[in-house]
Write a protein that binds this ligand. Structure first.
Ligand code: ADP
Length: 162
């Protein structure tokens, strides 16, 4: 039984994340998309909103579930019996950070391995930060996030303007 987690902030989920989810879900029996409750960051969407968005977008994938967690990814993985952590590599800039975390995690728990997928080329530039930046100026985000989520993202900034 191959059980994996794909951890991240997903604030908000983008086509880049969804591409990663679809591809990694094919490689394992069960994939848990795990949203990190990160107190240090000031998120645009609440955890509940992010869970809902991800659930809607992965509804068609029968072996994918959405959860949130607090604490260390490696501890959360162990707690749900996952032995694979999925991460995405976009550019060289991701590499150094991800390598450091993956190697540390191996020392903490050698039973759990990190599996890296390189980004699909069309999403290589894409990040939640870019989406937020463009949406904050009312720019077109239709190429970055699913249609169903666009209004929810713009609404966050409309609210802020009031
Ligand atoms: P984090 O705060 O953990 O980086 P993100 O939500 O930004 O959370 O990203 C979660 C994971 O998804 C990371 O492994 C990141 O590299 C990957 N990822 C983000 N955007 C893309 C993309 N466009 N293509 C492939 N992987 C991506």
């Amino acid at each position: 039984m191959k059980r994996a987690i794909y951890p991240g902030s997903f604030d908000p989920v983008t086509f880049g994340h969804l591409d990663m989810i679809e591809r990694s879900a094919k490689m394992v029996d069960e994939l848990t998309v795990a949203i990190l409750v990160n107190h240090a960051k000031n998120p645009l969407f609440s955890i509940e909103e992010r869970v809902k968005m991800l659930e809607e977008m992965t509804d068609h994938l029968s072996n994918v579930t959405i959860q949130s967690f607090d604490g260390l990814t490696i501890d959360y993985a162990r707690s749900i019996g996952a032995n694979i952590i999925v991460r995405g590599l976009r550019a060289v800039t991701d590499f150094e950070y991800e390598l450091q975390i993956a190697q540390t995690n191996r020392i903490v728990n050698p039973e759990i391995d990190t599996m890296f997928l390189t980004t699909s080329l069309e999403y290589a530039y894409l990040s939640s930060t870019i989406v937020k930046e463009i949406a904050s100026y009312g720019g077109d985000i239709s190429k970055f996030v699913p249609l169903q989520l666009m209004e929810r993202i713009y609404a966050k900034y409309d609210k802020n303007k009031e």
